[in-house]
Design a protein around this ligand. Structure first.
Ligand code: 5AD
Ligand code: SF4
Length: 519
């Protein structure tokens, strides 16, 4: 990869945080080989799509992007087009059939191969398929090693913000919920050794990271045996807690059945761990949960909620719901609605059931809820959740909140884009698809609150965004240099998604709340 021509890289990422992290690592490896990012897939010498298969919509989006590149590839046959991630693992050769101009298809377990495959594709013009074994394609050990975990170099400039980083602590999933492709696309559950996680967090802190989010498909199922001792997530939290420089620790996504008291006590007792848990319920109906093979009843989910509220008072909980799953009746849906009302989630991500090939639900159950009904249930559940968000956010008005400042809000970034002198962080060339972002953060749109950015983004205050330790989004005006620090915000107003406030500081001598002069 020494040729200075052929070195512009465009990468587009859809899907979950795991994909965002994978893209960070792939870009870091390619940059080592001399690649530079570009914002245009048409100008790029190499175009990579990091894909998601959880719902059909995310796949459509990629195929339509690939379609747009057909003529560009004809004009420049040396352009390398690669598809990696979950869709690559799931669809394999089908991708070459549907988009013959694709050069390489690389599964979630082969990401380390990408730099070599890109060079070979350019040199030999051969198609490359690198994927892991199917779950039934060998012994467990063989399948596990074919999904080799990939956590090499970190590239600080590829992060959503320089102060925040994802750390993978486990990969794969063994839960096999009947609707879900993840156990196929991400392979068997494997937990990383705690010592590796600690080292990585230390390196990140040294690079200026203040907040780490530990990632796993079922992060609280983490289990690693070393020298006869079993380490669970609570042990990992304790281990990394005292890392100098790290101010806040989060972890996603949790599985309800594995939310044990020991983990909750660790969250309560470790001050850097945010009081926020994402624990998808998926449905409020026992019959639907049974058909989904989630392994718990609604009663057990309620018990878990009581345990959370008892051990960590004030802890925010968010959830995922699927509406219109096979056989979901009006009564089943009503039960989901009741569960949302009862649990008062901080937010819920709500999805219409999307049948996925290779899953048990697709093979054995009938997708019998009409699209219009799915859409209507989706909108109704979202309305219930939105009303709760508005009510709960309003409770914060008049209070102060400690916020870890992330940087300019979406609105400020938009304004900066119109002023070319300023380079906003998210780096160019890494596109988190709008659709995917909308799916991933369905109820959370930082900066959508409508307050004005008050002055020049270089020298004066702009609208910043941060989160409380309960993961509530807060916007306020301040100097961009506050990014990465903790600030106290007095909350004046809110929307369903966002608290709106001003920076305050306490004058110790007079105990009066005064506004910070913004430098
Ligand atoms: N259809 C719709 N939503 C799905 N999810 C997973 N599989 C499907 C599917 N086939 C949702 C679940 C999960 C979230 C990441 O995506 O709610 O928690
Ligand atoms: Fe999919 Fe269920 Fe595993 Fe979550 S726990 S990744 S929904 S199989």
């Amino acid at each position: 990869m020494s040729n200075s021509h052929n070195q512009l890289l465009y990468i587009e990422t859809v899907g979950c945080q795991m994909n965002v992290l994978d893209s960070e690592l792939v870009v870091a490896a390619l940059r080592e080989g001399g690649y530079e990012l570009t914002e245009s897939m048409y100008d790029a010498d190499t175009v990579l799509f990091n894909t998601c298969s959880v719902r059909e919509h995310a796949e459509h989006k990629i195929y339509s992007q690939l379609g747009r590149l057909k003529y560009s590839k004809r004009k420049r046959p040396d352009k390398v087009i690669g598809v990696f991630g979950c869709m690559a693992q799931k669809d394999q050769e089908l991708i070459f059939q549907r988009a013959p101009h694709v050069d390489m298809v690389v599964g979630t377990g082969q990401l380390a191969e990408i730099p070599r495959l890109v060079s070979e594709a350019r040199r030999d013009r051969n198609k490359a398929l690198a994927v892991s074994l199917a779950r039934t394609g060998g012994s467990r050990d063989e399948v596990v090693s074919s999904f080799e975990s990939y956590d090499p170099l970190r590239d600080p400039t590829m992060r959503p913000s320089p102060f925040q980083a994802y750390v993978r602590i486990m990969i794969g999933c063994d839960k096999f919920c009947t609707y879900c492709v993840v156990p196929t696309t991400r392979g068997p559950e494997q937990s990383r050794p705690p010592s590796q996680i600690l080292t990585e967090v230390g390196v990140l802190a040294g690079q200026g990271v203040r907040e780490v989010t530990l990632l796993g498909q079922t992060v609280n199922s983490y289990s690693h045996v070393e020298d006869g001792r079993t380490f669970r997530l609570a042990d990992v939290l304790e281990l990394i807690h005292d890392t100098e420089g790290i101010e806040r620790i989060k972890f996603v996504t949790n599985f309800p059945r594995d939310m044990d008291a020991r983990l909750l006590e660790a969250v309560r007792d470790l001050p850097k761990v945010g009081r926020y848990l994402h624990v998808p319920a998926q449905s409020g109906s026992d019959t639907v949960l049974e058909r989904m093979k989630r392994g718990y009843t609604v009663g057990e989910y309620r018990e878990m909620m009581s345990r959370i509220n008892e051990i960590i008072p004030g802890c925010a909980v968010s959830s995922d719901f699927i509406v219109g799953f096979c056989g979901e009746t009006d009564e089943d849906f009503e039960a989901s609605r009741r569960l949302v009302e009862e649990c008062r989630f901080k937010n819920s991500f709500i999805f219409k059931y999307s049948p996925r090939s290779g899953t048990k639900a697709d093979e054995r159950l009938v997708d019998d809820v009409p699209e219009a009904v799915k859409r209507e249930r989706n909108a109704r559940l979202l309305d219930v959740q939105t009303a709760i968000c508005e009510e709960d956010n309003a409770e914060f008005i008049g209070l102060t909140a400690d916020v870890l400042v992330e940087g300019p809000s979406k609105m400020a970034l938009k304004q900066m884009k119109q002023q070319p002198a300023v380079t906003p962080h998210p780096v160019p060339g890494v596109e988190l698809s709008e659709d995917a972002a909308a799916e991933v953060v369905s109820l959370e749109t930082p900066g959508s609150a409508g307050t004005d950015v008050t002055s020049d983004p270089v020298s004066g205050p702009i609208q910043l965004v941060g989160r409380t330790d309960c993961d509530r989004i807060v916007v306020f005006d301040g100097n961009p240099r506050l990014a990465g620090s903790l600030a106290t915000i007095s909350v004046d107003d809110c929307t369903a998604t966002t608290l709106i406030g001003r920076i305050v500081t306490r004058e110790v001598q007079h105990a009066a709340v005064v506004e910070l002069p913004v430098v």
